[in-house]
Design a protein around this ligand. Structure first.
Ligand SMILES: Nc1ncnc2c1ncn2[C@@H]1O[C@H](COP(=O)(O)OP(=O)(O)O)[C@@H](O)[C@H]1O
Ligand SMILES: [Mg+2]
Length: 236
């Protein structure tokens, strides 16, 4: 996919989803609070001799949902990884309004296979998840010192500010909304069907309360009810 800004607009590879009644075939970028903007400047990427992007310039303006469509292997997932910072382009840069949280539903649905369902959802809030791990590690120390006590108190304060005590019930509530019952909470992701997994990964993406939501092929494996729910949700 070698497209410059003019071509991108001309071929409508990047289109406002508002023009569609349905979700686009591939992914949407969703900014629910009307305050973010992503700027892609002169982004180029090639794998070996294969040029995927050559000086792409595109702006995602506040208040819109966008869809990117293209043939298999055109580079849609790669472009999303560049937007989310997972991979660096060879040239150019992506800038995102500072302080905005971004969540991603990746096309790879196997990444969390070894984790339990409720934990997977909670991992959607990265800072909270890191805090819980740090706290647990300190409390598990056999030689818990005064210094550890001070650190634990600091972590507990941040945990409280982030509404950490409600995190589990919030995550469970999201899962219930999408029809994943309590009986699934302790199951491992790898033991679920593709349809169940993608709902849980969607909950994970939403759990971080993102300002920007990147969804790569969100409708793969989602049932009609969830697609309708997502459509209504993404219309704000
Ligand atoms: N890490 C990588 N190394 C080399 N080639 C890659 C890598 N990731 C993706 N590709 C290639 O880049 C192209 C675009 O892939 P991808 O972004 O997954 O396409 P899409 O999501 O549009 O189907 C494909 O030809 C793929 O094989
Ligand atoms: Mg893809």
């Amino acid at each position: 996919m070698v497209k410059k800004e003019a071509e991108l607009q001309e071929t409508s590879l990047v289109k406002g989803i508002n023009k569609y009644n349905k979700l686009p075939q591939y992914f949407i970028i969703f900014d629910p609070y009307f305050k973010i903007m992503i700027t892609v400047s002169n982004v180029s990427l090639q794998y070996g001799k294969r040029i995927l992007f050559d000086e792409v310039n595109v702006k995602f303006t506040p208040g819109n949902c966008y869809g990117i469509i293209g043939a298999n292997g055109a580079g849609k997932s790669t472009f999303m990884k560049i937007l989310s910072g997972e991979i660096e382009p060879n040239k150019g840069e992506v800038s995102i309004t500072p302080g905005q949280r971004m969540s991603v539903l990746k096309q790879n649905h196997f990444e969390f296979d070894e984790f339990a369902v409720l934990n997977t959802v909670m991992m959607g809030n990265k800072r909270l998840h890191a805090l819980i791990k740090e706290k647990d590690a300190i409390y598990a120390k056999p030689d818990f010192s005064e210094k550890d006590g001070i650190k634990a108190a600091e972590l507990e304060a941040e945990f409280g500010e982030m509404n950490g005590w409600n995190a589990e019930s919030d995550a469970a509530g999201l899962l219930t909304t999408l029809g994943i019952g309590v009986e699934f909470h302790t199951k491992l992701m790898k033991d679920l069907t593709g349809k169940e997994k993608v709902k849980i990964l969607l909950c994970q993406a939403l759990f971080g309360n993102p300002d920007i939501l990147l969804l790569d092929e969100p409708t793969n494996d989602l049932d009609v009810e969830t697609i309708t729910w997502l459509e209504n949700f993404s219309r704000f």
